[in-house]
Design a protein around this ligand. Structure first.
Ligand code: MTE
Ligand code: MO
Length: 525
């Protein structure tokens, strides 16, 4: 106990603490100043985004498999720990050799600035918050290490420092802890203040609220009765916006004013086209139910959602631009630098690919692409569903690579046929007797014509399909099972509209989507 206490109070430990306090100052001052600059330019957001951009496919896969849609929280926790360790080391170095420590802090500042200014849509001036933060952090580190030097109870204190200390009033550990505590509290206040100020200065959420949506020229076909699974507890057929899965590389959601939004359609086209948001409002809008699916969705996973989208058909936009012969791909790019490669013909056929401006009767939620995103039936999101879209380049697969393709994922991504069990849950304990099994299946653009359930490696039995709204939406199912006590294994598979049975070949999400049959174990009591 005494040993631990003396260790925690050792100069090295206190110097490490000083380093962490200084790092908190760097980050919080940058956060406070950052309220007046582009949101993506604060150190944590910029560093995290740079890290994401260097994420190899296996790591993205691992992060989503392990943390699901909490992958961003996990990233921030990991970054926080890394920064704390680095800052601790720098604090110890600065205590022994100030010049070296200061150089280390400046180097870290430079790394952050580099990561800030290389973000898409960030201006050079956006480096200022990091500069302010680094200077403030240096000052605080200097003050705290000086104070440490003036605590003269350690024989191992650097000799020259101890001598210097005699010129000034000696300090105590207690005073040092007070100073660090005040620094930490001030940092928390500055960071919170920066957050609140940033939110208050941004009026995007309000602008979204007051946006008036036009009526579609072509309303969505009525959803037939009975699309919902007969089994209680299956996911709602329409996914409420708040429950819709969110997958993107954006650590800070792009904030785009509809007045500033513009879409440029260019590349291999006869006529370059520029569209404003008002142009979209004035266009002939369509409305369509479309199920989106993420390529990272594991077998049985929940990275899929179904919504009613309102937007301008992409075939109309492309008609205005008139693609040249030889073009076979459209590279869509978001305001924050993400891109997706979509086959040109998919955007020209009659499948309701669109520039969407509304989701389930509301303007797009900020996290789902406000003000404009792409929605393309039949393709995984990473090659089609660009949120915050601002640029369409008509090009060729041979000439351009999209964001995830550059990182080892496929260049094309048609959605694979998938059946999912939602009730009962895997490893559930259920009572013997009638058990309602139920779930959702999808094979967008082909449709689902059959779902089968297999109990304990017995014969495949047909489930009851719920009504089909269209081939571009998911389809629910249910199955009544007379459950007998004991452990049981359930497997499920779907057949698509072309008659093809879902493959039992297991594949990982990388590079073009998971496959295989979901299988789960239940205990009947
Ligand atoms: N700008 C941008 N758009 C993006 C992404 C992204 O990282 N950035 N991710 C894509 C992926 S991988 C998927 S699965 C869908 C998810 O859309 P959602 O978050 O609205 O469900 O968005 C797509 N559009
Ligand atoms: Mo995705």
């Amino acid at each position: 106990m005494k040993n631990l206490r003396s260790r925690l109070g050792s100069p090295a430990a206190l110097a490490a603490l000083a380093g962490m306090a200084a790092a908190a100052v760097v980050l919080s001052v940058a956060e406070l100043a950052g309220a007046f600059f582009t949101a993506r330019a604060t150190p944590l957001i910029a560093l995290g985004s740079t890290f994401i951009d260097f994420t190899p496919p296996w790591m993205k896969d691992f992060a989503i498999a392990t943390f699901g849609t909490n992958d961003k929280v996990a990233l921030f926790v990991g970054m926080g720990l890394t920064i704390a360790v680095l800052a601790g080391v720098l604090g110890m170095v600065a205590y022994r050799r100030w010049v070296l420590g200061a150089a280390g802090v400046l180097l870290m500042g430079a790394v952050i600035v580099a990561s800030v200014v290389t973000r898409a849509g960030v201006k050079p001036l956006d480096a200022l918050p990091t500069l302010f933060g680094t200077i403030a952090g240096l000052v605080v580190l200097r003050l705290l290490t000086r104070q440490l030097w003036r605590i003269k109870i350690w024989p191992e204190a650097p000799a020259d420092r101890a001598a210097k200390g005699t010129e000034r009033p000696a300090s105590t550990r207690r005073a040092f802890f007070a100073a660090t505590g005040i620094t930490a509290a001030a940092s928390v206040m500055a960071a919170t203040g920066g957050r609140l100020l940033g939110a208050a200065r941004s009026n995007i959420a309000q602008a979204r609220q007051s946006l008036q949506l036009p009526e579609p020229a072509t309303a969505a076909p009525a959803v037939p009765a009975g699309v919902q699974s007969a089994a209680a507890g299956v996911t709602p057929w329409i996914t409420p916006n708040n429950d819709f899965y969110r997958i993107d590389t954006a650590l800070s959601v792009p904030e785009i004013n509809v007045e500033d939004w513009e879409l440029r359609v260019h590349g291999l086209v006869e006529q370059e086209v520029r569209l404003t948001f008002q142009d979209l409002l004035d266009a002939e809008l369509i409305e369509s139910h479309v199920t989106l699916t993420c390529v990272s969705n594991p077998v049985g996973g929940n990275l899929a959602g179904n919504a009613k989208w309102l937007g301008v058909p992409l075939r109309d936009v492309l008609k205005m631009a008139r693609p040249q012969p030889g073009a076979d791909m459209v590279l869509s790019t978001s305001e924050d630098g993400f891109s997706a490669s979509t086959p040109l013909e998919v955007l020209q056929d009659d499948r309701d690919a669109m520039l969407a401006i509304a989701m389930n009767g509301e303007p797009l939620p900020l996290e789902h692409g406000y003000p404009v995103r792409m929605v393309v039936p039949g393709l995984y999101g990473f090659v089609s569903a660009t949120k915050w879209v601002v640029d369409l380049e008509v090009t060729r697969f041979a000439d351009s690579k999209a964001y995830w393709t550059q990182r080892g994922w496929s260049e094309r991504g048609p959605i694979k046929t998938m059946a999912r069990v939602e009730v009962p849950r895997s490893f559930a304990k259920v009572a013997a007797g009638r058990v309602a099994i139920g779930g959702t299946a999808w094979a967008q653009t082909r449709g689902i014509t059959k779902v089968e359930v297999q109990i304990d490696n017995g014969d495949w039995a047909e489930a009851t399909l719920s009504a089909e709204a269209s081939v571009i939406t998911w389809r629910q199912w249910s199955f009544d099972w007379e459950a007998t006590p004991g452990p049981h294994y359930i497997k499920v598979r779907a057949t698509d509209g072309t008659g093809e049975v879902q493959t039992d070949q297991r594949a990982d999400p990388v590079p073009d989507g998971a496959s295989g049959w979901q299988s789960l174990m239940l205990t009947v009591e």
